[in-house]
Write a protein that binds this ligand. Structure first.
Ligand code: ATP
Length: 131
């Protein structure tokens, strides 16, 4: 038995596949691991990698920049306006975004936009394996 997983943006299905376990970081709920038979669940996602692991231990990582996760009947639906799979991530662009955000935060440590940009860049680099 596996979970069927869909990553959906408002425009399209970004990813569809099967997983033994899905780990996502929710706002207020921390990291949650979903396996088959999980109770119905709806939660808001942090800007953080979502990790899918299959029965061989192979991982698929998704940079999910917020959105929601819904679990029901062994189906996991991740709804996200902005999300990327590892191979789709432009590492140079994410490194540049990281450097910009760090420099903005050096000037103003309370810059909320830079704090958010930093977290997006870190999540992308982590998912791309370049962190
Ligand atoms: P940047 O400053 O580089 O534009 P950003 O965090 O401001 O980064 P977003 O507003 O989160 O970018 O995303 C805008 C669009 O660009 C989205 O479609 C997102 O998937 C894509 N995107 C952003 N950064 C990357 C990246 N490093 N690799 C691939 N796609 C990216």
């Amino acid at each position: 038995m596996t979970l069927s997983v869909q990553l959906v943006s408002p425009e399209r299905i970004l990813f569809e596949g099967e997983a033994q376990i899905v780990v996502a970081r929710t706002i207020g709920g921390g990291d949650i691991a979903f396996e088959t038979g999980h109770a119905p669940f709806l939660g808001a996602l942090q800007v953080w990698p979502v990790v899918l692991r299959d029965e061989t231990g192979t991982e698929t990582r998704i940079a999910s920049h917020g959105g929601f996760v819904q679990v029901a009947d062994d189906r996991v639906i991740i709804l996200s306006d902005v999300a990327e799979l590892g191979p789709d991530i432009d590492v140079t662009r994410a490194q540049a975004a990281l450097a910009r955000a760090e420099s903005a935060l050096d000037t103003d440590a309370d810059d909320a936009a830079a704090t958010a940009a930093l977290q997006r860049a870190r999540t992308r680099l982590e998912v791309a394996g370049a962190a």
